[in-house]
Design a protein around this ligand. Structure first.
Ligand code: 2HG
Ligand code: ZN
Length: 476
């Protein structure tokens, strides 16, 4: 396909102040910010790889304003970057090249609820926890959950097809989006799938926009499906002698009950949490790895089954010690051992990998990766944790205090190539749930074929012919 794009104004120095004045006329007074504190805050997500350098931040309040902003950007060839809760881990919402950031903080209302359809219409700036609480108030459940639920926004979740801790039972964000309104890269408003449960009318464009990281257009409204509330959620943390024992534990429990979560973390990861001193250890014994599983203890018999399975795992030598939550507080504390990891290690400027394979391949895949990591990072502290029940492993390498960020990321990038070669060998994904953004875009070929990438580019060009929507994300 011919690349007919015009060079974009993506350097702050190039954006004519008169253009920013024109932008101000498209939204309410005070809804365009250019002060340095705002540029710094809204120009980045949770990644620390790139310095934020947007030209301006604009806060639309209506769909029409979003359309006007996109048309303005097309007319003047200005690059736009969407911004939600800025909790992303792949620099998909980073504006490092003078782009204009479109922040959805003022489009944060729940617009409608239908108890019969069990659906909620959300503006993109609705916080994940706001939707979870709304569902609960109405006797229902929004099951996509992760540590940043208190600040991440629905629009951003859709942009990355967010996963999290309940994927083993409920799937990813994609499963819960029944309708989408999007403004395409040309400023056109599309209503996708119209909230239907069944709809066999050709290409489902809704799914193209889920996980597109804002490269095709902006989500301006989403109808999310809700579920029945789970009953008496109960967690177990089980200590295992080695990594190999975790998967038989998963199989043993799955053959007896439906799990709502099956997570794991290594002992040095637990150590980081315990050092904080505010969360109790699950039990006294220290083990090489820990599995955290959760199920609905609908009846007493179900809890007894879980205990019997635990005993079976001990007899088999797969589990050394374990604990089962007996109250909401204990459930929450066990979860914090896993959920607080990412934030707890953030001060160590970790180099993150978010990789996945099919569950059956996890043991061989992890053994091979462990070999690569221990041979090549002998001096670095390496932490393993993740959503092992769905095949998603988080590999975090902590920056030693004596290395600069650039030196450290440079060293990690070298070994990364071998990590991704292994991902490719096992037909895995270089990004299970955090997205590609800028941090993983140079590695996309390890997960997607050249033909696939060519089709992806063609789709991008169809929705965003001038290349103004989050350029440089997913592909260069
Ligand atoms: C999690 O599972 C998040 O805690 C963050 O996806 C993963 O810190 C990470 O690498
Ligand atoms: Zn995760």
């Amino acid at each position: 396909m011919n690349d007919t794009r015009v060079a974009l104004m993506t350097d702050a120095a190039l954006i004519d102040p008169a253009l920013i004045e024109a932008l101000k006329t498209l939204v309410e007074p005070g809804k365009v910010l250019t002060d340095s504190a705002s540029l710094d805050t809204y120009g980045k997500d949770w990644t620390k790889h790139y310095a934020p350098a947007p030209s301006a931040i604009v806060f639309p309040k209506t769909v029409e304003e979003v359309q006007a902003i996109v048309r303005w950007a097309n007319q003047h060839r200005v690059a736009l970057v969407p911004s939600g809760g800025r909790t992303g881990l792949s620099a998909a919402a980073v504006a490092a090249h003078g782009e204009v950031v479109v922040a959805f903080d003022y489009m944060n209302r729940i617009l409608d609820f239908n108890a019969t359809d069990r659906s909620v219409v959300c503006q993109p700036g609705v916080i994940t926890e706001q939707l979870q609480n709304f569902a609960e108030e109405n006797g229902l459940y929004y099951p996509v959950d992760f540590a940043s639920a208190g600040s991440s926004q629905i629009g951003g979740n859709i942009g990355t097809n967010a996963g999290g801790i309940k994927v083993i039972r409920y799937g990813m964000t994609r499963n819960w989006v029944v309708g989408l309104k999007v403004v395409t890269g040309e400023g056109e408003l599309l209503e996708l799938n119209k909230d239907l449960a069944k709809n066999a009318t050709g290409y489902d464009l809704r799914h193209l926009f889920i996980g597109a990281e804002g490269t095709l257009g902006f989500v301006v409204e989403a109808t999310m499906r809700l579920e029945r509330q789970p009953t008496n959620l109960t967690a177990m943390v089980l200590g295992t002698p080695d990594f190999e024992s975790i998967m038989p534990v998963l199989h043993a429990f799955q053959s007896k009950m439906d799990l709502t979560a099956f997570e794991f973390f290594a002992d040095n990861a637990l150590g980081k949490i315990l050092e904080r001193g505010d969360i109790p250890a699950p039990f006294e014994t220290r083990c090489a790895f820990y599995a955290l599983l959760e199920f609905e203890a609908i009846t007493e018999q179900r809890a007894d089954e879980a205990l019997a399975t635990f005993e079976h795992c001990v007899e088999q030598g797969w589990v050394i010690d374990g604990v089962m939550s007996q109250s909401e507080t204990q459930l929450r504390n066990l979860w914090r051992l896993r959920e607080d990891l990412s934030e707890t290690i953030a001060p160590f400027t970790p180099y993150k990998n978010d990789i996945s394979v099919t569950v059956s391949k996890v043991p061989a895949f992890l053994a091979e990766l462990e070999g690569i990591v221990s041979a090549n990072y002998p001096d670095f502290e390496v932490l393993w944790y993740g959503h092992i029940g769905d095949g998603n492993l988080h590999l975090n390498i902590l920056k030693p205090a004596n290395l600069s960020k650039d030196e450290f990321f440079g060293k990690c990038a070298t070994v990364n190539k071998w990590v991704f070669e292994t991902v490719q060998k096992y037909n895995g994904s270089i990004s299970a749930e955090h997205g590609v953004g800028m941090t993983k875009r140079d590695y996309l070929t390890y997960s997607r074929s050249p033909a696939e990438i060519a089709y992806m580019r063609a789709i991008k060009a169809a929705f965003d012919p001038n290349g103004i929507m989050n350029p440089g994300k997913i592909f260069a």
